[in-house]
Design a binder for this molecule. Structure first.
Ligand SMILES: Cc1ncc(COP(=O)(O)O)c(C=O)c1O
Length: 403
């Protein structure tokens, strides 16, 4: 195939999930629903400085790869956090405090919390979580915005830049020696001992309510994208960590569209818990260092709620290597106008370009001249140093090209 993206002729794995239940309609309203989206949307759109992030159309890339259109939802400008995660953790913190106030007989919404009138009540509470960066930043920002205390656990591979960004929102940040999954377990133990509330983006046996809020918050981004696109995608390529992000997109589109798109979940080969779960037909942990530059996707255990959505509605799973990541980041930095995308933002884009360079995979995914591709650029340069290292320029230098 003669396209400008032959650089993405790279190794990958693909698995077709034959367990999908695509004809029977959306059935997971108990986890995520349009009703839940409406509640999240009402709260989140009332927050200070809320604005939909842009949706870019890559017409040149669509022509080159032989598809009808490519849309890229760009989360770089999401509040001041530079990632879609701002919608999830912070929304769960707001909801938690609203519930706690209700127990005291006070009816409040997020605007009341932001105004600080109930600080005397909300400051009694501490939220706690493990993070590889973006989720913790959202929880810390939410705690600062809505008026409670916050304690965050990070694993050994989280960069100092990410650690500082979380601490900047006033949270107490603790670094541990283990990996992401160890930090999840430790946060749960500390919370149990101290009466904190865990606000996690991953769900596990016996812990599901708060992660539902986190995932439901993400659907605000999907609604924005659909309104901006003003059309229906045929394919959505979704990067996966624990699965909360892809399942939020899948649930929203599966419930709201008569003809939902084909979903392709893309992960780093060394942290492929969703892929392995698809292969084994059940949640499957992967162990080891989870060593990948896609920091937000370095997860070894699936979120059980997310998995139950993905196993039913996501027909394709892919893994890719780190090699494509700097290439995809540079590709977007060199566009006119430039787009700032971090290491975990463009895994879906890389998966799509890799598929376009493989005739067999392209055909298995049914990608053709009528395809309308939707991608979510889930973060900007959330780790500024890493961005500069991988792109060769800082985001300021990249953006200064257009000034
Ligand atoms: C930028 C970015 N994109 C995607 C994801 C994947 O989200 P999830 O872990 O919910 O699958 C993450 C997770 O942290 C992330 O930080």
């Amino acid at each position: 195939m003669a396209n400008s993206y032959t650089d993405f002729s790279l190794s990958f794995s693909h698995f077709k999930n034959t367990k999908v239940q695509l004809d029977s309609g959306y059935k997971h309203h108990d986890i995520l629903s349009l009703e839940g989206f409406r509640l999240a949307n009402k709260e989140i759109t009332s927050w200070d400085n809320y604005e939909p992030t842009p949706l870019h159309s890559f017409d040149d890339m669509a022509e080159d790869t032989g598809v009808s259109s490519i849309f890229y939802k760009d989360e770089y400008s999401r509040f001041t956090l530079k990632s879609f995660k701002a919608l999830g953790g912070a929304y769960a913190v707001a909801n938690l405090l609203i519930k706690k106030l209700k127990e005291e007989g006070i009816n409040a919404n997020s605007s009341d919390l932001i105004s600080g009138v109930y600080k005397g009540h909300t400051l009694k509470h501490t939220v706690c979580c493990a993070t590889d960066g973006n989720h913790g930043r959202s929880v810390a920002w939410g705690a600062q915005q809505f008026g409670c205390n916050c304690e965050i656990y990070i694993h050994r591979n989280v960069s100092e830049g990410r650690e500082k960004a979380i601490a900047n929102y006033g949270a107490l940040v603790n670094r541990i020696k283990g990996n992401y999954d160890d930090s999840v377990r430790l946060a749960a133990e500390v919370a149990e001992q101290n009466g904190y509330t865990v606000v996690s983006d991953t769900s596990y046996e016996g812990y599901t309510d708060i992660p539902k809020d986190v995932m439901q918050g993400y659907t605000v981004m999907v609604d924005e994208a659909m309104k901006q696109m003003n059309d229906t995608p045929t394919h959505v390529f979704l990067q996966g960590g624990v699965g909360g992000f892809p399942s939020a997109v899948v649930s929203f589109l599966q419930e709201s569209l008569d003809c939902p798109p084909i979903f392709v979940v893309v992960e780093p080969v060394d942290a492929d818990c969703l892929f392995q779960s698809a292969v084994n037909g059940k949640p499957t942990a992967v162990h080891g260092d989870l060593d990948t530059i896609m920091a937000g996707l370095a997860c070894g255990e699936v979120s059980v709620l997310a998995w139950s959505i993905l196993e039913n509605y996501a027909p394709h799973f892919m893994t890719i290597t780190d090699e494509s990541i700097p290439k995809a980041m540079q590709l977007l930095a060199n566009r006119i106008p430039p787009i700032i995308a971090g290491e975990s933002a463009i895994t879906g884009l890389a998966g799509f370009l890799i598929a376009c360079n493989d005739v067999e995979l392209k055909s298995k995914l049914k990608i053709n001249e009528n395809s309308k591709i939707l991608l979510f650029g889930t973060e900007g340069d959330t780790d500024e140093e890493m961005y500069e290292q991988l792109v060769g320029k800082s985001s300021e230098q990249v953006l200064s090209r257009v000034k």
